[in-house]
Design a protein around this ligand. Structure first.
Ligand code: AMP
Length: 213
């Protein structure tokens, strides 16, 4: 499980860890954004919460994850990115699966704001870039698939502030919830230019040092 504030690199590291570990990375935000794209009552509800930077109701998210984690590709393990995000979700997860490790990303708020306001995402494959700190080889074009970029509707100054507040209020208590029960690997980012490869190497080193149970 990767735990950290918005903009701490959860998605960027999860997609790289997926290639390294050969297990799926399941991003709550990606699943919910896909739901928000559909013109159904449920889709519109999800979109409203995302647009405000608030958490989508537990009744929706818990069910979505219960289904997703029961799929065949999760049998050998999985990386959770953005789930759980509050205590109720963590309790629901406890009832359905066992988490081996928590990767905790610690990032100062100024880096979060800087990163998110210049983040861009490939419309085609979802790869994450940053037009200032993690540039593609060719402007506006994805290195991986050649797709075009877009900016998330919730990557605006006002919504970023709300998302950070929601993290501090609802998600941060998960640190105490898991501490002492599940092994932690902490990665502290103090330099905005830290390349993802460096962070992922550190995280893998931490994971490899954990005692097998
Ligand atoms: P993310 O892509 O992880 O930054 O998530 C984007 C948005 O999706 C969040 O600001 C929430 O509105 C929603 N979201 C993502 N994960 C969850 C979750 N576990 N529970 C509720 N809402 C979520």
């Amino acid at each position: 499980m990767i735990l950290g504030p918005p903009g701490s690199g959860k998605g960027t590291y999860a997609s790289r860890l997926r290639s390294e570990l050969g297990i799926p990375a399941i991003a709550a935000g990606d699943i919910l954004r896909e739901m928000a794209g559909s013109e159904t009552v449920l889709g519109k509800t999800v979109k409203r919460y995302i647009g405000k930077g608030e958490l989508v109701p537990d009744s929706i998210v818990i069910e979505v994850f219960r289904n997703r984690l029961s799929r065949k590709d999760c049998k050998r393990g999985f990386i959770l990115d953005g789930y759980p995000r509050n205590i109720a979700q963590a309790r629901a997860l406890d009832r359905s699966t066992k988490i081996d490790a928590v990767v905790l990303l610690l990032v100062p708020e100024w880096i979060i704001v800087e990163r998110l306001s210049s983040r861009r995402i490939c419309r085609n494959c979802g790869e994450v870039y940053n037009i200032r700190f993690l540039k593609p080889k060719r402007d506006g074009i994805c290195d991986r698939c050649g797709g075009p970029f877009y900016q998330r509707i919730d990557d605006t100054q006002e919504v970023i502030r709300e998302r950070v507040a929601v993290y501090e209020r609802q998600t941060q208590p998960l640190i105490d919830y898991y501490k002492g029960r599940i092994p932690f690997v902490e990665f502290k980012c103090e330099d905005i230019d830290t390349p993802p490869e460096v962070a992922v190497k550190e995280i893998l080193k931490g994971l490899n040092q954990l005692e097998p149970d």
